[in-house]
Design a protein around this ligand. Structure first.
Ligand SMILES: Nc1ncnc2c1ncn2[C@@H]1O[C@H](COP(=O)(O)OP(=O)(O)OP(=O)(O)O)[C@@H](O)[C@H]1O
Length: 793
């Protein structure tokens, strides 16, 4: 608390220093103001720190914001901007103008020439913000871009592959607006490139993460995955799916939604053994069957169409749990995607191996400095401090918030709550108040839409199906009498402006129709009452909501059954009142959020191991990709590879050695002098000589040293990337495999670490052997353009 006060005091001191510049900046001509960028850069060059030039820099942007956009950042926004520069998290209430706030730290940190990024959870926000603010930065002499092809520029060419040069120009801009997922994918692909010329990222410097709780908490657990080299598709998906649909609840399997767990009972296990004709389901030889059953169980009991994914055009597309958008291009790894496809009876996509993966927490761990902003972070402050070492500073609002967040209305069934919510919508609509009606899933948004149509109410539907009309719908949503049905896609960053006469009627009414976590709820409520506007929010929830059913206790379930029985006896709509039910729901909410926090901690533990391995792997890779002379590396790796091969071929019979030579060195018959077989030293010398002979033969086909180096590089990288793909794939599967072990009293984090480490060492040894293969068994040639062509077997 005291520290908090001290920190806030420091922020105020800096704010005063920014304010002292205000009149001087106002008096400057445009030219003088624009010239500040050069002055500030010069001060940096002369050794001043960013902190020292902050007041002048912030005052410059502030004035530029005013001259270009007509918006002069308020004192509270400058305070938020100071917090962002320090690498902390600024909690600024919804609608306080975080977009404008970010202009200050981005400008300041970009002055060093190492790049400053604004990362948002979705492309709509990144593009909107960049378009709005680019004129300010450009006016001040900085370059700015989105790190993706803008929807507005990409007419007809969105299919065209984006060149490395184009991407490089984005990422070399002073200020970059992008999405967290776009950045994750670009990072992974950039690392898989085998030529420096095809890489486009520079080292990450400074980032402001918008909606930081969504990025670093809600999405912390789902890794971004790049897949390659399809593996054989297993027909076990269908068998496992058929098997799971034949199971009898309780007798064959048990379901514990609260712990997110489902497992086979003794009966179920026997049934599986009979079904798959095996002796022991838990035997190592049945591991694949076990894995497929586990996947099918998960697909059937935990993932729901319309909730977790959509089936469109015969394809399964995942929905982002946090914001209800389609997660294009992302697949659940380890076969769960195929298990869902099998369940939905659509064609199975190819099963792919994970080539590289990263989670948001480790992606942002690569930046020199990271800060964040959101309207709803204080509740998770402890986690931010413990896990990310980021302080949270609350910024006061510019004008008092007068929005009223009314207490939840609680119903027993889904039907009851939807009807009540619709009736309320109709009442608001009658008096001309705009309503944002938020559905818990795509499926519910369509049901609500139909019900509204039955009442003759014209409305817009904003869900993952019509994302393209988002901007237009948001523009209409605050007008008199407008009704907008949306999934929680409209939950973050959506700036709904009130139309004429709406304030007098009470502002926007947000009506939620699903129990949600406190943070998501606050975000949705925050679509109303922005910038001191009037507005209300109220949530209509039922005991059947997913959030409740996944976490409810036996007592709670009995209570629900009792109420349903009453309802079946003819009682119409049952609404629940009183402190007891509210208290129970509060407890339930706490339980869900602490479970989620635990799960994130576990994932972060796994990820730390991955991070270390990724780092050491990429250090080696960076050496290979940049080195102009790889001769020594090649010799050393061949040497180590031979040692490893000899260790593995312990017998050293003539046949064994001949086989080894044919598998790794050359397909030709080689004369092996008998006596060396019993002398390891001589044998090693022999193999080294052999590899040098083969390399010399290759060398003569090459034109110059540079081409030789290129050949070396291609061979080493091919060997390394294969090894790394196996490693990442192994780690992904390992994680899925041991994740449930905690329930059995073992520490999955520890087991993971030990196995992951051993496998990494093993992988490095494997790479050395594979290097011999790539170098010696490949064929090379020069094409008519005098370019090197290498083909690996
Ligand atoms: N200094 C200012 N002067 C006048 N209007 C402002 C100022 N700053 C922001 N606004 C306006 O306030 C509205 C809300 O801004 P913005 O959408 O950036 O809020 P936000 O904090 O990002 O909200 P959310 O938490 O919902 O993402 C916008 O319409 C913006 O133009």
């Amino acid at each position: 608390m005291l520290l908090d006060q001290i920190e806030k005091h420091r922020v105020r001191v800096l704010l005063n220093r920014v304010n002292r510049w205000r009149d001087r900046m106002r008096a400057m001509s445009d030219e003088e103001l624009q010239n500040q960028t050069a002055i500030l850069r010069e001060q940096l060059a002369k050794g001043k720190t960013l902190e020292q030039i902050l007041p002048r820099a912030y005052a410059t942007v502030r004035e530029a914001d005013y001259r270009i956009l007509g918006l002069f950042p308020y004192d509270v926004q400058v305070m938020g901007a100071i917090v962002l520069h320090k690498g902390y998290i600024a909690e600024m209430k919804t609608g306080e103008g975080k977009t404008l706030t970010a202009t200050m730290p981005l400008y300041l940190n970009a002055l060093e020439g190492k790049g400053a990024m604004l990362v948002t959870p979705n492309g709509y926000l990144a593009e909107r913000d960049e378009t709005q603010l680019a004129p300010v930065y450009e006016w001040l002499g900085l370059t700015v871009s989105t790190a993706f092809r803008k929807l507005s520029d990409s007419k007809g060419q969105s299919e065209k592959k984006i060149s490395a040069a184009e991407k490089r120009s984005w990422y070399n801009s002073d200020i970059i607006y992008t999405t967290a997922s776009g950045l994750a994918f670009d990072f992974l692909f950039n690392n898989l490139e085998t030529e420096k010329a095809n890489q486009y990222l520079r080292p990450f410097n400074y980032a402001v993460i918008d909606e930081v709780d969504e990025v670093l908490l809600d999405e912390a657990e789902s890794p971004f995955v790049v897949a390659n080299s399809p593996t054989v598709l297993s027909n076990l998906y269908q068998a496992a799916d058929d098997f799971v649909t034949s199971l009898i609840p309780k007798r064959d399997y048990r379901l514990k939604r609260r712990d997110n767990a489902v497992w086979l009972t003794y009966h179920g296990v026997r049934k599986a053994e009979a079904y798959f004709r095996i002796n022991n389901l838990y035997d190592a030889s049945s591991r694949e069957i076990y894995r497929h059953i586990a996947l099918a169980l998960r697909a059937h009991f935990f993932l729901k169409n319309g909730h977790d994914y959509l089936v469109t055009d015969g394809k399964v597309v995942l929905l982002d749990e946090a914001d209800g958008r389609l997660k294009k291009g992302i697949k659940v790894s380890t076969g769960l995607h195929q298990a869902i496809e099998q369940k939905e009876h659509v064609d199975l996509t190819e099963n792919q191996r994970t080539a590289a993966s990263i989670t948001f927490p480790s992606l942002f761990g690569l930046f020199n400095k990271v800060s964040g902003m959101s309207g709803t972070v204080k509740v998770s402050e402890e986690e931010f401090i413990n896990v990310y070492n980021m302080k949270v500073i609350q910024i006061p609002t510019n004008k008092p918030v007068i929005r009223r967040d009314l207490p939840d209305k609680i119903f027993v069934t889904t039907a009851d709550k939807l009807m009540a919510a619709i009736n309320q919508t109709i009442a608001f609509h009658k008096i001309g108040r705009p309503v944002l009606l938020v559905a818990g899933s795509v499926e519910n948004s369509e049901i609500i839409s139909e019900l509204l149509l039955n009442h003759g109410i014209v409305h817009n539907v904003l869900n993952a199906f019509n994302e393209s009309r988002e901007a237009a719908m948001i523009r209409e949503a605050g007008q008199q009498g407008a009704v907008t049905v949306a999934t929680n896609m409209a939950g973050r960053g959506t700036d709904i402006k009130l139309g004429k006469g709406v304030k007098e009627k009470g502002g926007l009414a947000v009506i939620g129709t699903e129990m949600l976590s406190e943070r998501v709820k606050l975000q949705l409520a925050g679509r109303a009452g922005r910038q001191g506007d009037p507005g209300t929010s109220q949530f209509y929830i039922s005991l059947e909501d997913k959030y409740i059913s996944q976490a409810s206790t036996a007592r709670f379930k009995n209570y629900y059954r009792h109420l349903i029985a009453k309802k079946n006896d003819g009682k119409p709509i049952i609404q629940l009142h009183g402190p007891r039910i509210r208290f129970s729901l509060l407890m339930l909410q706490n339980r869900v959020s602490s479970n989620a926090e635990e799960a994130r901690k576990q994932t972060n533990k796994y990820e730390t191991t991955m991070k270390l391995q990724r780092k050491s792997f990429h250090e080696i890779r960076e050496h290979v990709i940049t080195s102009k002379n790889l001769e020594q590396t090649v010799q050393r790796w061949i040497d180590e590879g031979i040692d490893e091969l000899l260790k593995r071929n312990s017998q050293k019979s003539l046949n064994e050695i001949r086989n080894m030579i044919n598998r790794h060195f050359t397909y030709n018959d080689i004369e092996i002098p008998q006596p060396i077989l019993s002398n390891p030293k001589q044998l090693k010398e022999f193999l080294k000589k052999l590899s040098n002979q083969i390399l010399t033969q290759k060398r003569v086909q090459l034109i110059n040293e540079e081409q030789l180096n290129r050949f070396y590089r291609k061979a080493l990288l091919a060997a390394m990337d294969e090894g790394w793909t196996d490693q990442v794939d192994y780690l992904t599967k390992l994680k899925a495999y041991i994740d449930g072990w905690g329930a059995m009293g073992r520490d999955p984090g520890y087991i993971y670490q030990v196995r992951a480490f051993n496998q990494f060492e093993q992988m490095l040894r494997e790479v050395k052997i594979n290097t011999i293969n790539k170098l010696l068994l490949s064929t090379i040639g020069i094409n008519e353009k005098q370019q090197l062509i290498v083909s690996f077997n």
